[in-house]
Design a protein. Structure first.
Length: 119
């Protein structure tokens, strides 16, 4: 197994651990299969994770998250990303925050999330 494959496997396992599911192992090459098993939430929705890794993500993505986090400390920062000509924006947030929102993990001891509304 190459270093690239080992790194991808580590990221897939990290995603599975955070979502509280299992990583799909021993997939046949050139066969479509999910990186991790789906997670069924108590409300009936199903979450399907997919892991992607790049050598470097654009700095402006991190800057956008940092900007949102700076407005309300301890709040969950969400950045809306839109492509010109597309009607469906994407949401960018930290994976650990997504797990908190989905109820898959509890906040760490002493961690408090802001529930304040801005006027």
């Amino acid at each position: 197994m190459s270093a690239i494959h080992r790194r991808a496997a580590r990221r897939e396992q990290q995603l599975a651990d955070l979502l509280g599911t299992t990583r799909t192992k021993h997939r046949n090459r050139y066969t479509r299969a999910p990186d991790v098993a789906p997670v069924k939430l108590p409300n009936g929705f199903v979450v399907q994770g997919e892991s992607k890794s790049r050598k470097r993500l654009p700095k402006w993505l991190y800057d956008a998250i940092d900007q949102a986090e700076g407005y309300t400390p301890h709040a969950i920062a969400v950045v809306s990303l839109s492509q010109r000509g597309s009607s469906e924006p994407l949401a960018l947030l930290r994976l650990r925050d997504l797990c908190l929102l989905l109820g898959l993990q509890l906040p760490s001891a002493g961690e408090q999330l802001a529930l304040a509304r801005q006027p």
